[in-house]
Design a protein around this ligand. Structure first.
Ligand SMILES: *Cc1c(COP(=O)(O)O)cnc(C)c1O
Length: 552
């Protein structure tokens, strides 16, 4: 008589992929996944949602307990699928929500394969060729951004936030040597634009520098850091004798795709090192988690335009390229393949121009200097994580290989074309106002106004003149209402899902400017869905008018 546990064990063994080839069981494995996909597929409809959005019942969720007996694999999978209900389908043509990509099939498989075999990137002993994949992707990315791939190195990590953490940790160690061991014993600041991602704040807080040590520099109306104000702040900090743990250049802001002038920042840094005879060089980290992909246009011939983009698109792509071409001037760069690289979460790469600088954050600095050309690969010596998944590098590798430069150019070019089309429409109407005008990315921020507003002059007045504060707030509320109506419309499958930002930027007198945001990321975007955004806006305006008639 087998013990009861053995019966359980035997059943559960069926729930594992078989260690030795077993074709029948392989079929069961694949079929189980296929059935999960079938169930997800059944949730699809004309709306950009999986199933419907039901209320999220956390009350019941908090009462859930682990059961005594095991459940069938099919039951478990069905339960998992249910948890995808209500999700937006970011690849849906009616989805223009945020910088969330639809992952490609090879990148999904790139994410799945390591989840079967658990390669651990802590060292090549535990990840073998997957460690090589990390080096391959790092090299490909290094040459893409203009680093020497023989000098540079890359580490996949847990998000764009963490790429900042790495960059600033190295910067801190350069400015204040020994903090890895002794902790922080003197104040050090990090400078970035006021439009930088709040991840900068997270990084300085978690590094122990403290949020108060983050110096946010005002930006231009195009959402770029103001170099002259950066200079005066750098001088103020240096005159005080305070150390600079890092300067963050944002290469593609999250909301408006603003691009800092890295060339000027780099020149400024070098000049000040010389002028103040600094004994360290303040680290420049480029937060290019969004903008990196545009580097594929660095060697695109905009004159002959072989891919045949529309004129407006060529102009827009060239407008980004003129900033992104200087990416190699940064000492380190953050790249998110899960943003503009069409990979599943999480696939973030921290790239450093000079691999030797990783030594600054090595766990044991007395160990022999890490050499990248020979010897074994032990990234775990200097990574924050111990276990690191192979999913990030394999997903990234999949897409870099699948796309090639022309593929990525075609995808980005299409997204930008669609965004330009939307802008053309919005700029052509008297009741809509595009906020990020000088901007060249796939994102459009705009405001909608009621009939009685002259959008040639009023928006500008609202943004600059404190006497217009009431009017600005009234129109903030109006835009929130437009958003609600458009959202309901989209959930019903009629309109397009866009999003709302509570603060596109602040007015000159410090009030938040609410804006609607269209982020076109899906390769399935088409002109008709751009028109659908407009239709939905007019419907929302009409509804507000009738609501107002009803209450007056
Ligand atoms: C999204 C984003 C981040 C944070 O990256 P995660 O991958 O979400 O951690 C940092 N900087 C910018 C500019 C971003 O858009």
């Amino acid at each position: 008589m087998p013990a009861p546990y053995e019966a359980i064990l035997n059943t559960l063994r069926q729930a594992f992929p078989q260690p030795v080839s077993d074709r029948v069981h392989d079929a069961y494995f694949v079929f189980s996944f296929l059935r999960a996909l079938d169930q997800v597929d059944a949730l699809k409809s004309v709306t950009p949602l999986l199933g419907t959005q039901r209320d999220l019942d956390y009350e019941t969720a908090r009462t859930r307990l682990m059961s005594d007996s095991p459940q069938h694999l099919e039951t478990v999978v069905a339960d998992l699928v249910k948890h995808l209900e209500g999700m937006f389908i970011f690849g849906h043509p009616k989805s223009q929500i945020n910088v969330v990509p639809a992952p490609t099939i090879p990148s999904i498989i790139g994410g799945l394969l390591p989840s079967i075999y658990n390669p651990n990137l802590v060292s090549d002993e535990s990840s073998r060729q997957v460690a090589v994949a990390e080096v391959e992707v790092s090299a490909m990315s290094a040459s893409l951004v203009g680093y020497d791939p023989q000098q540079a190195a890359g580490i996949f990590t847990f998000g764009g936030t963490s790429t900042l953490l790495y960059g600033l940790k190295i910067g801190l160690e350069k400015a204040c040597p020994g903090t890895m061991h002794k902790g922080i014993s003197e104040p050090a600041v990090v400078l970035c634009s006021e439009q930088a991602h709040y991840a900068c704040r997270t990084a300085v807080a978690w590094l122990g520098l403290g949020e108060d040590r983050l110096v946010e520099i005002p930006s231009t109306p195009d959402n770029e850091i103001r170099p002259c104000l950066l200079e005066s702040e750098l001088r103020r900090v240096l005159n005080e004798g305070t150390k600079i743990a890092g300067i963050v250049a944002t290469m593609g802001t999250t909301d408006a795709f603003g691009l800092d002038d890295l060339k000027v920042i780099h020149q400024l840094r070098d000049d000040l090192v010389h002028e103040y005879s600094l004994d360290y060089v303040p680290h420049i980290h480029a937060d290019a988690v969004i903008g990196w992909a545009w580097r594929v246009f660095n060697d695109y011939d905009f004159e002959s335009n072989p891919l045949g983009f529309r004129n407006r698109t060529v102009r827009a792509l060239a407008g980004v390229q003129r900033r992104i071409e200087h990416l190699h001037l940064a000492d380190s760069i953050g790249i998110d393949f899960h943003k503009t690289g069409f990979a599943p979460y999480v696939s973030s790469l921290f790239l450093i121009k000079d691999a030797h600088e990783l030594q600054l954050i090595a766990k044991d600095p007395t160990s022999t200097p890490y050499l990248f050309h020979a010897g074994k690969y032990h990234p775990g010596k200097y990574t924050l994580e111990t276990t690191r998944s192979g999913a990030g590098p394999l997903a990234a590798l999949a897409n870099l290989a699948l796309f090639g430069k022309d593929g990525l150019r075609a995808l980005l070019g299409h997204l930008v074309s669609m965004a330009e089309l939307l802008r053309e429409h919005l700029e052509g109407h008297s009741s809509t106002f595009v906020l990020n005008r000088g901007n060249f990315g796939p994102v459009t921020l705009f405001r909608v106004y009621p009939d009685d507003v002259d959008t040639f002059s009023e928006p500008q007045k609202e943004f600059h003149d404190p006497r217009k504060k009431d009017q600005l707030q009234k129109h903030n509320a109006y835009n929130r209402r437009i958003f609600e109506i458009m959202h309901d419309d989209a959930i019903r499958g009629e309109g397009v899902v866009v999003s709302l930002t509570d603060c596109y930027r602040e007015t000159d007198y410090g009030e938040p400017i609410v804006a609607l945001k269209s982020y076109i990321m899906t390769p399935f975007a088409e002109e008709q869905y751009v028109s659908a955004v407009l239709d939905s806006i007019w419907k929302a305006r009409d509804q507000i008018k009738s609501e107002q008639r009803g209450t007056s």
